[in-house]
Design a binder for this molecule. Structure first.
Ligand code: ZN
Ligand code: ZN
Length: 259
């Protein structure tokens, strides 16, 4: 009799058995007392620079395994299961073959009859909803809160929302933010930079243009009266690198740089 059910996909059991060397334990399930932790599921989440600047909420529909609600992850109507005959409840089978005279190779593999769970559920007792699999698929909508000022590669974690399986602690779903290239702005830490090309006339006689910020604000960028923008020796037209701080126009003009 399996002490605590078995995960169909629980590959940890395989390693556990390998390292312990306890093959074919004659009916006693080999299982550590502490619970295993399921794997985290990692998704990348593409966001625009506008999303990171203004903050946003993304709704994502994900499909995941959950313990069957009808049988509560037991797989059977009665809640009972018997030890698999194919593996005496261990979930593993050992086969031996002779690879050379006097040399026998012992191989361990997942029991095909119970798929490693060590249990069998009789056909009549099988849960009609999950058909004895103990898990079913669920669609779930997660609301991912991208906060103002978050960065490329930053992680947003939903604890315990990954795939459920019997006898494991459910892992996390982790979203890793991936910032899409912006056509105009580049981000360096908390500053934004953009390049703007000036004609020779603009460099000599002054310039102004309207810049739309990431939050939609229209900023008027203009040179100081009488200021002549000096180009690099032979570099024409000029490239201005503007640093746009969060607080807007005030620091913008003062951090106008040229190269
Ligand atoms: Zn079996
Ligand atoms: Zn079920």
């Amino acid at each position: 009799m399996g002490s605590g059910g078995g995960g169909v996909h629980n590959h940890f059991d395989i390693f556990e058995s390998f390292f312990s060397g306890s093959f074919g334990g004659g009916g006693s399930r080999f299982r550590a007392s502490r619970q295993k932790r399921g794997e985290d599921v990692v998704h990348t989440l593409r966001v625009s620079l506008e999303d990171l600047y203004n903050g946003t909420t993304k709704k994502l529909s994900l499909s995941r395994s959950i313990l069957c609600p009808k049988c509560k992850g037991k797989g059977s109507k009665s809640g009972a299961s018997g030890a698999c005959y194919g593996c005496q409840g261990t979930g593993m089978r050992v086969t031996t073959r002779q690879i050379a005279p006097g040399m026998i190779q012992q191989m361990q593999h997942v029991c095909p009859e119970c798929r490693g769970s060590g249990e069998v559920i009789s056909d009549s007792d099988r849960c009609p909803q999950c058909k004895g699999n103990k898990v079913t698929q669920e669609k779930k909508v997660l609301e991912v809160n991208v906060e103002k000022g978050m960065e490329h590669n930053q992680k947003i974690t939903f604890e315990g929302e990954a795939d459920q399986a019997p006898d494991i602690i459910t892992g996390d779903i982790v979203f890793v933010l991936q910032q899409k290239e912006h056509p105009k702005f580049k981000r360096k830490f908390d500053d934004l930079y953009m390049e703007h090309t000036l004609t020779l006339t603009e460099a000599l006689c002054g310039f102004q243009f309207v810049l739309t910020h990431l939050d939609g604000r229209q900023l008027l960028i203009k040179s100081n009266p009488g200021e002549v923008i000096k180009p690099g020796k032979h570099v024409l037209p000029l490239c201005a690198i503007l640093s746009v701080r969060r607080d807007g126009l005030q620091s913008l003009n003062s951090s106008l740089k040229y190269r």
